[in-house]
Design a protein around this ligand. Structure first.
Ligand code: ZN
Length: 308
């Protein structure tokens, strides 16, 4: 496996995010061959994947690994850039390759800004979730259409003044990418729920039984720790954003309400492993069929949001 290391600095101070400054650190370059130099400065991607728990690498074979520095700091880890089906894809592991970042310490703004700096227009964002309903079973996928934010203290906007924007989040997820994901899952014969509401908790602790019962009584479907503010930040930059929730277990309220016995950790791990392979197949199917530009409202919505 060949790796090319690139260090880049992204300056997004004007919030148009249209210009990129690239600083190549000569000390880092010394170990590499001259012919790789052009590849480094040409690093671009139109599709971004933010890998959740269990998905720390996506590409097999040769990839470029780049370090991007943004005005919001460094992303969770180096970003891998490679090709699939003739499309330029970038991948960042949300918790870092070694899963060293808990949900409340993930640099959400830097991750989204870094992908945007590479030219990413569409983000595919899988994440592990707990189910709040007995009919949403471990091993199923859910293509979420709504979130409920229960987090606090996280940087949640690129518009922190003096530029101000109020992004609409009535329908936070890209309608076209959601349709594509639902169709792709159907073609592959995967059990995928076509919509769902995920309540995003601060973590890192799991919910108490009382909290979990409350969430399910509210009619919410899933519980997770990372969907917010990621989805809102992508929306602010006009990036189409798709969530694929991977159900790994029932949340504690389902056990209490339905008398379903908790599964063993071995079963959870087995489901998780099977789900990861299915998830990669689903993402590949989506990438193969995704159009270069979505006919959706995401970009116009970001333009409408700007006040100053
Ligand atoms: Zn869109």
């Amino acid at each position: 496996m060949a790796y090319i290391l690139i260090l880049m600095r992204y300056n997004a101070s004007d919030h148009s995010h249209s210009r990129m400054k690239i600083n190549i650190y000569l000390g880092e370059l010394a170990a590499y061959h001259g012919e790789d130099f052009m590849n480094m400065t040409d690093a671009k991607a139109t599709i971004g994947i933010i890998g959740g728990s269990g998905l720390y690498e996506f590409f097999e074979g040769d990839v470029n690994e780049i370090s991007v520095e943004t005005e919001y700091g460094h992303p969770s880890d180096k970003i891998s850039v490679g090709q699939m089906f003739g499309k330029q894809i970038s991948f960042v592991p949300r918790h870092g390759k070694k899963h060293s970042l808990p949900p409340h310490k993930i640099p959400y703004t830097a991750n989204i800004a870094a992908l945007h700096s590479l030219g990413v227009k569409q983000i595919i964002s899988p994440c592990a979730v707990g189910s709040l309903k007995s009919e949403i079973e471990p091993g199923h996928f859910v293509i979420c259409d709504q979130f409920v934010d229960r987090t606090y203290g996280r940087a949640q906007t690129f518009f922190d003044g003096p530029s101000v924007a109020h992004i609409e989040t009535a329908d936070p997820y890209c309608a076209e990418l959601r349709r594509l994901a639902i169709d792709s899952a159907s073609r592959l014969g995967l059990k995928a729920h076509p919509k769902g509401t995920v309540v995003v908790v601060q973590g890192p602790r799991f919910s108490s039984t009382a909290e979990s019962l409350w969430f399910s009584r509210m009619g919410w479907d899933l519980v997770n720790m990372t969907q917010y503010p990621e989805v809102a930040l992508a929306a602010e930059l006009g990036i189409c954003y798709l969530n694929i929730s991977v159900v790994t277990d029932y949340d504690v309220g389902v056990y209490a309400k339905h008398g379903i016995a908790p599964v063993s950790i071995d079963q959870v791990m087995a489901i998780f492993k099977q789900s990861t392979e299915k998830l990669k197949t689903l993402i590949s199917e989506i990438i193969q069929n995704v159009p270069s530009g979505c006919a959706c409202e995401c970009k116009q919505r970001a333009e409408r949001a700007k006040i100053t």
